[in-house]
Ligand binder design. Structure first.
Ligand code: AOF
Ligand code: ZN
Length: 354
């Protein structure tokens, strides 16, 4: 069948510049209220004149960073900007990139994903109105994948939620006597800490706080000769959810960041409040009750499960009641990736929407 009408594919040099812009974007932080954004400025004959990326809230946006790296400001006149995200249109912590590009004399803009921000969106319109040629959707799938959690958070108006668990191959989170430490090996734990270090917040239930006394910090693997693990420079904000009373001597209160406490398990309300505090991604570390609650109310965007090659049997499962009564209600997932981390299997999956 004939393909639906679509924008003409961008020239190979534009796609190459967009691939480079995606790479540049990844230099910026994966956490925080702002997305990772990269920008490449090309001369009219396709030569790279400058590259830029965004280093986090309060710092110049990728376009402005690239413009300031031109060897002469006049090089921007008649040049092309290739940006991963639609240039912003608002004055937030910094000024609007749409106007900065126009003022610099840029004549053509290619971008990957539209900016879903209510105030920041609409830069493409401002650019066209000023006579700049604008083309969106360049390598859109790649760009969207690279900032998927941020885009999802902005579109939903709540943080992106990852539900994580570690279990035996038969889905048990603990042995029948309740012992659960070290189901998975060091490589899986290293991966968990890396994911914690990229999240804005890390959430646990009060039951798990009582049972495990976790510190909820993101730590680098201990190398030989070291005794104390080193903390990642960026730490996830610790969040505890539930009604059980937690003693102030619990290790979580030694976290470098203050603990945000929610008594209620109205998770929509919890996420709305976290979003207002600037949280765009939450890593739900457990236990089974909290993980199940997020899944039951449809608030899990991603599941990261670590399966150790052991069998435990018994009643202590990684998940409890997720609201599935009959097989017809089973929650369908799409597997995004499947990897061996040392002896353990890591499965990343997403609920099938719609
Ligand atoms: C861009 N280029 O590099 C980034 C953009 O508070 P501000 O001024 O930093 O604005 C933040 C918003 O701007 C952010 O939520 C997102 O919509 C957009 N980010 N836009 O043109 C960039 N980082
Ligand atoms: Zn901007």
């Amino acid at each position: 069948s004939a393909p639906a009408a679509s924008a003409p594919a961008a020239a190979p040099s534009i796609e190459a510049a967009m691939r480079r812009a995606i790479e540049l974007a990844a230099n910026g932080p994966a956490w925080g209220v702002n997305p990772q954004v990269g920008c490449v400025i090309l001369s009219p004959d396709g030569v790279v004149l400058a590259e830029g990326w965004h280093r986090g809230a309060g710092t110049p946006h990728a376009e402005v960073d690239a413009l300031t790296k031109l060897s002469a400001a006049s090089d921007a006149i008649g040049a092309t900007a290739v940006v991963t995200l639609e240039p912003c249109n608002h004055t937030g912590r910094t000024g609007p990139c749409s106007e900065a590009l126009v003022a610099a004399g840029i004549s053509t803009v290619y971008f990957g994903a539209g900016d879903p921000g209510l105030r920041s969106g609409g830069g493409a319109g401002t650019l066209s109105a000023a006579g700049v040629r604008v083309h969106g959707g360049v390598l859109a799938a790649e760009v969207e994948r690279s900032i998927h959690p941020w885009l999802t958070a902005m579109r939903n108006g709540r943080p992106f939620v990852t539900v994580k668990w570690a279990s035996s191959l038969d889905g048990r989170a603990a042995a029948a006597d309740g012992t659960s430490q070290w189901i998975t090996g060091p490589d899986a734990r290293t991966d968990v800490h890396l994911r914690r270090s990229r999240a804005d917040a890390i959430a646990v239930g009060t039951g798990t706080l009582l049972a495990d006394d976790p510190s909820l910090t993101a730590r680098m693997p201990v190398s030989t000769g070291e005794t104390e693990p080193t903390l990642y420079a960026h730490q996830p904000q610790p969040v505890m959810i539930g009604e059980r009373r937690i003693d102030r001597t619990a290790r979580v209160f030694d976290h470098p960041l203050p603990v945000i406490e929610y008594q209620s398990r109205n998770l929509h309300g919890v996420l709305a409040d976290l979003f207002d505090r600037g949280v765009r991604s939450v890593f739900v570390e457990g236990g089974p009750t909290l993980a199940s609650a997020f899944i039951r109310v449809g608030l899990a965007d991603e599941i990261v499960a670590y399966l150790a090659p052991v069998l435990l049997g018994g009643p202590l499962l990684a998940l409890g009641d997720i609201g599935v009564d009959g097989i017809a209600d089973a929650l369908p997932l799409t597997i995004v990736s499947l990897d061996l981390l040392g002896p353990d299997l890591r499965i990343v999956a997403e609920p099938v929407r719609g």
